[in-house]
Design a protein around this ligand. Structure first.
Ligand code: GLY
Length: 356
């Protein structure tokens, strides 16, 4: 039953395993029983995922002997806010979860971020398990312990670093993902290819992501695990994982979060690659190759928003320190670097990367 599961260790504090493979939702109870011990688990999920997987997950947890409660909030980035967080926290308190109990985040990036944040602050921190059901949460957001909600001023502006105690990534969930949601995750995976190595990047050019997603997810998670182990709190190397995100977050903010995260990151990646090439920061031309790869995976390479709007939104980004903002610049496929630029220079940098 447990065949074809790949496991990647993340040696943070606490250390934990990311398991990737088929059938992990219906076996999650047995898999978590030894790790968590007898306890009360609260499954937090959204209105899209609940009808698909909540029953199978709560059934597996109950069969394994856990006391199980569940909370469903309305799906969508626009609900990743204080109101939803407050609802989750009140629910955990009403259900009387204690410090030895556990939150289980079942869903995509929004659910993982919010349930993870609730677990990080409830009773000053209880355990959290991530059960990612989208490609985006599988390759990126379920691993590494970033948790957050959005504020009116920008994305992920309130949050905490809190590592999960386990991640179970059931690859069976990917088969039923709508094309746009799958593409959203492809953006973070392609980002990882640009950051880490040309071979991984080529798997997005040749379609391997769709034919063997488990293997590609494992490679992305293995890369991210190494970065997070070396720089858990994003003081240095982990900032590279924000490739495409400065402009991407600005696009999301300008759209009122109607453009999905991965699509915004894809456009942000294409834009910063074009800027870097035009401004002479790359070793060789790379922008067309990155744009072609994004397009092949159903992703945008530009935006309707102008440079001034984007620069204004980006100036509220977390990556700003004083009058400077740190951009992630692709030098070539497999090598990126951090570049601190004055916030005033953001506008011409973004302008250089816009299409047309
Ligand atoms: N998603 C980027 C990070 O986890 O650091």
């Amino acid at each position: 039953m447990f065949n074809s599961i790949q496991t990647i260790q993340v040696r943070t504090s606490p250390a934990y395993a990311v398991s990737i493979g088929p059938g992990l939702l219906r076996t999650c109870g047995q898999r978590l029983r030894d790790l968590l011990g007898a306890c009360h688990v609260a499954v937090i999920t959204d209105s899209t995922v609940a009808p698909l997987y909540l029953g199978v997950v709560t059934g597996s947890l109950q069969t394994a002997g856990f006391a199980v409660s569940s909370y469903v909030f309305p799906a969508g980035e626009t609900h990743k806010n204080f109101d939803t967080l407050s609802g989750i926290l009140e629910f955990l308190a009403e259900e009387r979860l204690t410090r030895t109990d556990c939150v289980i985040a079942l869903g995509g990036g929004v659910t993982g971020d919010m349930a993870g944040f609730a677990a990080a602050v409830y009773l000053r921190g209880i355990r959290c398990v991530q059960l990612p059901t989208t490609l985006l949460s599988a390759v990126d957001s379920s691993v590494g312990g970033k948790t957050a909600i959005d504020l009116k001023a920008g994305k992920n502006l309130a949050g905490s670093f809190r590592q999960p105690v386990a991640v179970l990534c059931d690859t069976d969930c990917l088969a039923s993902l709508p094309a746009g949601i799958f593409a959203d995750g492809a953006a973070e995976a392609i980002k990882t290819g640009v950051l880490s190595d040309e071979h991984l990047f080529s798997l997005f050019e040749d379609g391997t992501l769709t034919t063997a997603p488990g293997s590609v997810i494992a490679q992305c998670v293995a890369y991210k695990a190494g970065v997070v182990e070396r720089d858990e709190k994003e003081q240095n190397e982990r900032r590279l994982l924000n490739l495409g995100h400065t402009v991407g977050h600005a696009i999301e903010t300008c759209s009122g979060y109607t453009i999905p995260h991965g699509h915004a990151v894809a456009a942000g990646l294409a834009i910063i690659a074009r800027s870097a090439e035009k401004l002479g920061w790359t070793d060789a031309p790379i922008a067309d190759r990155i744009a072609a790869c994004l397009q092949k995976n159903g992703l945008p390479t530009g935006t309707e928003y102008g440079a001034a709007e984007l620069a204004h939104a980006a100036s509220a980004d977390k990556k700003r320190t004083g009058g400077d903002i740190t951009l992630v610049i692709p030098r070539r496929i497999g090598l990126c670097e951090l570049k601190k630029v004055p916030v005033a220079e953001l506008l011409p940098v973004i302008q250089a990367g816009l299409e047309g």
